[in-house]
Design a protein around this ligand. Structure first.
Ligand SMILES: C[S@@+](CC[C@H](N)C(=O)[O-])C[C@H]1O[C@@H](n2cnc3c(N)ncnc32)[C@H](O)[C@@H]1O
Length: 253
């Protein structure tokens, strides 16, 4: 992952992404009843953006595990009643059958052996509990319009690939959940909508990511030209950016 942004900016980005998956999260969580005494684990919890929302939305105890100590320290300061552990998704520091729900959010694309991590998520989840991958993008199927911005999209996708991401993770999710032995699997793609705005302003958060991902690949002039194209396309209400982002949920047998 790009290390060029500080944790405050990552947290802003993760909070934005948590909103994109909010509707599907609430729908999938409706599949099990989570009350007091139940436990939820997020694997790869980052700065705690999703987990803090979940702790407001359910009465269950919320746990996060991440390999990055600085992100864990950041999330511990958010002031939510969350418990965090440092650990590797391949070998979670919890006994079998510990959680009613184990989920991840924008994690598996960064994992070399995602099946092993899903199997580990299954291990720590009780029989009858739910395992969810809430958001896994498929950059190889992205739609960028107008054409000039499609080129920028390709540069960003290539950069993510070189940073270690599996840029086609989204399409693999359903098969991975099946191979992990999960039952009653529900899978799909997060929706998208474009609304008329008067301002046509650039999404500065998205732009920061583009800047970080394309650093060293574009001259300042080329980047500025892309920014002008982005701004113009938005003003004219022509800009479409859609990165199909898949989810999958399955019951542990
Ligand atoms: C893109 S971030 C997403 C953070 C959070 N899930 C969210 O959506 O707000 C991916 C997170 O996974 C963590 N991560 C990557 N590989 C991991 C591993 N092997 N074990 C545990 N965490 C890992 C990273 O440190 C990072 O915090």
């Amino acid at each position: 992952m790009s290390e060029k942004l500080d944790l405050d900016l990552w947290h802003q980005r993760y909070t934005q992404q948590a909103k994109w998956s909010q509707e599907i999260r609430q729908y999938l969580l409706g599949k099990i009843s989570l009350g007091e005494g139940n436990k939820i684990l997020e694997v790869g919890s980052g700065t705690g953006a999703v987990l803090s929302l979940l702790s407001e939305e359910t009465r269950a105890q919320c746990f996060g595990v991440d390999i990055d100590i600085a992100s864990l320290a950041f999330s511990a300061k958010l002031g939510y009643p969350l418990a965090f552990a440092a650990g590797d998704a391949y070998s979670l520091p919890f006994p079998d059958d510990s959680f009613n729900l184990t989920y991840c959010h924008y994690l598996l694309l960064w994992i070399k052996n995602p099946l092993a991590v899903i199997a580990e998520m299954v291990r720590v989840t009780r029989p009858g509990g739910l395992v969810i991958a809430l958001a896994e993008p498929d950059y190889q199927a992205r739609i960028d319009h107008p054409k000039k911005l499609a080129q920028l999209g390709k540069i960003q996708t290539q950069s993510l690939h070189e940073q270690g991401a599996d840029t086609a993770m989204g399409r693999k999710l359903l098969g991975l959940f099946h191979d992990a032995g999960l039952q009653n699997i529900t899978s799909g793609i997060l929706g998208a909508q474009w609304e008329s705005t008067d301002t046509g302003e650039i999404d500065e958060n998205e732009w920061l990511m583009i800047q970080a991902d394309t650093a060293g690949r574009l001259s300042p002039e080329a980047l500025a030209a892309y920014r002008r194209a982005e701004s113009e396309a938005r003003r004219e209400e022509k800009r479409v950016l859609f990165i199909p982002t898949f989810y999958a949920a399955g019951i542990v047998s």
